[in-house]
Design a protein around this ligand. Structure first.
Ligand SMILES: O=C(O)c1cccc(C(=O)CC[C@H]2O[C@@H](n3cnc4c(=O)[nH]cnc43)[C@H](O)[C@@H]2O)c1
Length: 216
């Protein structure tokens, strides 16, 4: 089985790379770095999947959580992702490209404005807890906007590369999993409150366990 693991930054896959020897030798694992944000990751992932056809593509990385009760360090799997920064803020309300009629909320690869992962039943073999994800180009910091996005999209986590990952994989019909460790509360700008290292260690353990259980 041929698996590619992609992350926005090399830091997010560094521990996995270091621990590659622990992974079942019957599967081939290679690594890809897409860059931070929607634009860079969309191009980089599209290029990757026009050049290669892996059996499974895993996106790993950190994310913020909208859920004030969520445990920092927890590792989750995105059941869907959506675009939270493509649109216009008008009279205090966020209107996305679907609200404005620039895109059809149910035109492939979208379903009800979201980019669902149709592969979870087949590939979430270790029962990683699933959440709804949202992707932005500008990390959300304003309290009113955090509440608005959370409620409008019913999202639990926020990243900057999830939606393009789902979009490209759905378009190319490649099985995919977006696995994220929750490093921070969305809106917390004090980086000393982010738990990046511990979260990446947890995420690495979950992914290595996954890779050692997946059928080869
Ligand atoms: O602090 C800044 O000024 C700043 C500017 C650009 C990027 C960052 C990052 O920390 C990159 C975030 C990186 O990790 C993901 N991530 C983690 N937490 C969040 C979040 O709360 N909201 C959105 N993305 C988040 C994201 O996928 C990036 O790759 C900092």
């Amino acid at each position: 089985m041929n698996i590619i693991i992609t992350s926005a930054t090399a830091l997010e896959s560094k521990l996995l790379v270091q621990r590659t020897a622990e992974i079942n030798r019957n599967i081939s694992v290679t690594y890809h770095t897409s860059g931070v944000g929607i634009l860079q990751s969309a191009f980089s992932l599209a290029k990757l999947l026009f050049e290669q056809t892996p059996d499974l593509l895993i996106q790993c990385g950190i994310a913020g959580t909208f859920d004030t009760q969520a445990a920092i360090g927890k590792v989750v799997l995105a059941e869907s992702d959506c675009l939270g920064s493509l649109g216009v803020e008008e009279n205090g309300e966020w209107k996305d490209i679907f609200d404005n009629g620039f895109a059809d909320a149910d035109a492939f690869p979208f379903t009800l404005k979201k980019l669902p992962n149709p592969w979870l039943e087949q590939y979430n073999i270790t029962n990683i807890p699933t959440v709804k994800a949202l992707t932005v180009d500008e990390i959300t910091t304003r309290e009113d906007r955090i509440m608005h996005l959370k409620n409008k999209y019913n999202a639990s986590i926020e990243s900057m590369e999830g939606a393009p990952f789902h979009y490209v994989c759905l378009q190319r019909k490649i099985p995919f999993l977006q696995i994220r460790g929750i490093s921070n509360q969305v809106g917390v700008r004090d980086k000393s409150q982010w738990r990046i290292q511990q979260t990446l260690e947890n995420m690495t353990n979950i992914i290595i366990d996954y890779l050692n259980k997946i059928n080869t």
